[in-house]
Design a protein around this ligand. Structure first.
Ligand code: HEC
Length: 114
């Protein structure tokens, strides 16, 4: 988590430096990919395989960090949380995105239930 946070904080500074240094360097740095994509707990965005649906649907109102600081939960509880986001908070999550989001949460923050 610490590494991911540092990389995130450094990125805008690097970009600002790159733009100050001129368009060619800026172009090079803008295409530079962060090296922390394997860490499961980026602070602002969800990381890793299967994270597209959750990044597209769940970051409008709160950060990934807020979700990732929840304790590990069984799949039905994650399912219920996603449903609560839709029903109570009117999160605009398409039906077809619910499964991939619950899959992702169960994979990175799940508890196997017997
Ligand atoms: C429309 C705004 C909105 C969207 C979109 C949204 N949430 Fe939330 N979420 C909230 C609010 C409001 C809370 C309650 C915050 C509080 O209690 O401080 C919350 C709380 C949570 C919590 C804390 C546990 C709980 O039950 O309160 C989790 C986990 C969570 N959201 C996950 C998600 C996930 C996963 C998605 C994507 C499917 C999502 N949220 C999308 C508004 C949203």
């Amino acid at each position: 988590m610490g590494v991911a946070k540092r990389v995130f904080q450094a990125a805008p500074i690097l970009l600002a430096m790159a733009f100050a240094a001129g368009p060619s360097l800026a172009g090079n740095l803008a295409t530079f990919k962060s090296v922390d994509t394997d860490l499961p707990t980026g602070e602002r965005m969800f990381q890793g395989p299967g994270s597209d649906a959750i990044n597209n649907n769940c970051l409008v109102c709160h950060s990934a960090g807020m979700v990732l600081t929840q304790p590990p939960l069984p799949r039905p509880t994650w399912q219920a949380i996603v449903e609560k986001m839709r029903a109570t908070y009117k999160a605009p999550v398409a039906d077809e995105d619910v499964g991939p989001i619950v899959d992702y949460l169960t994979r990175i923050k799940g508890i196997r239930t017997p």
